[in-house]
Design a protein around this ligand. Structure first.
Ligand SMILES: *Cc1c(COP(=O)(O)O)cnc(C)c1O
Length: 365
């Protein structure tokens, strides 16, 4: 049975993935316009200027405190966990685990033979857990748990470094950077770019920590050595070859965000989109926001549970057949759920249209 959604209620753009996510068509036009830079050396001025503009724009977007540096390298946020285990955690870390991404970092620390077993505070998916201050030198959690659609506050805990996974928060939520030592992310979510890079705002304390660990003689693979990334980033370079298209898309998106009015304007746009979905769910007797506590609900990734009588898989398949894609729940969660990425590039008007399409499909299943 094929459900044909009428053209007039379809969103203009049907990409609602939680990562990778919608790339603005204007960013792709910009990429085509800058095609002269593709295939040229990342050690030469044109690419280093591009990296410098990305660093300066990020600095402006988050008004990062004096002394903090914008550091970047290859491998995305997953690589950054391994880098933190190798180069930033001295003896023991403490983690808030409330979904699959925050769990992966805790696991990476747990498996490291040179570290003591991490302190883990865990909460069921759909709520939030913060690390507890104790005998640890690094405190880690995610500002936005992309796997569940729960968002956590960002403020200092304990005496050690505060390492915030902002992969899906950065560019869609504000954060007090002075309350963190490393605020790290990747460009394929709010930044409407492609994957493969990690970027981080690093405090002087984080850089000093990495230098001290290196000086202690610990074996650190070069690609996981934060001091090497810092040294390269100061020269607007990366240790090894970066994807230039990723940097160009990121540059364009940052310019667009700043023009829109900066982080406040972008955060408001995301919040408008997620609020539309939460309201829609609350007004339907067959749907409800997965995250029970309203203050824990993510302003960038909305998770909506459906009544057992409606098969979310069928809803998702029917929408996909009409060009509305990637609203699947995180696979490990195994819930009868929709998960909608409402990142900066997504038009809040398209989210309104999505709710109309959901009603249309669910009525006809
Ligand atoms: C997407 C995501 C990651 C993984 O990012 P990669 O760049 O694919 O490694 C990590 N943490 C969070 C919170 C994410 O949303």
């Amino acid at each position: 049975m094929q459900i044909q959604i009428p053209e007039e209620i379809l969103p203009a753009d049907g990409r609602f993935g939680s990562g990778p996510a919608k790339v603005r068509p204007e960013a792709l036009d910009y990429l085509a316009m800058r095609s002269d830079i593709m295939g040229t050396s990342h050690r030469q001025a044109p690419v280093r200027d591009l990296v410098r503009v990305v660093q300066e724009s990020l600095n402006e977007l988050y008004r990062i405190p004096d002394g903090y540096e914008v550091v970047l390298g290859n491998g995305g946020s997953t690589l950054f966990w391994d880098l933190a285990v190798s180069s930033l955690i001295e003896r023991r870390s403490a983690h808030g685990v409330f979904g699959e991404f925050s769990r992966k970092f805790a696991k990476a620390a747990e498996r490291a033979p040179h570290l003591e077993a991490p302190l883990v505070s865990e909460a069921a998916p759909g709520s939030v857990a913060l690390p507890v201050a104790g005998d640890a030198d690094a405190y880690a959690w995610a500002q936005n748990e992309t796997s569940t659609g729960a968002a956590a506050p960002v403020s200092r805990i304990g005496e050690g470094l505060v390492l915030i996974d902002a992969t899906s928060a950065a560019g869609g939520m504000d954060a007090p950077i002075s309350e963190t030592d490393v605020y790290y992310f990747a460009p394929q979510k709010n930044f409407s770019s492609d994957g493969g890079l990690w970027l981080a705002f690093a405090s002087p304390a984080a850089i000093e920590r990495a230098e001290r660990i290196k000086a202690s003689g610990r074996w650190i693979p070069e690609s996981l050595d934060f001091t090497v990334a810092v040294k390269n980033s100061r020269q607007h370079q990366t240790l090894n070859t970066p994807a230039l298209a990723t940097l160009l898309l990121l540059e364009d998106q940052l310019g667009w965000m700043l023009e829109l009015g900066g982080i406040d304007a972008v955060a408001e746009r995301c919040r408008r989109s997620t609020s539309t979905l939460y309201r829609w769910a609350q007004e339907r007797d067959f749907a409800s926001p997965f995250v029970a506590k309203a203050t824990d609900r993510s302003p960038v990734v909305a998770t909506i549970d459906l009544d057992e009588a409606i098969d979310a898989k069928q809803v998702i398949a029917a929408l996909r057949a009409n060009g509305i894609v990637d609203i699947d729940p995180y696979r490990a969660l195994q819930r009868n759920q929709l998960r909608v990425g409402c990142y900066a590039a997504v038009d809040p008007v398209d989210v309104e249209a999505l709710t109309q399409c959901l009603d249309y499909v669910i009525e006809r299943l």
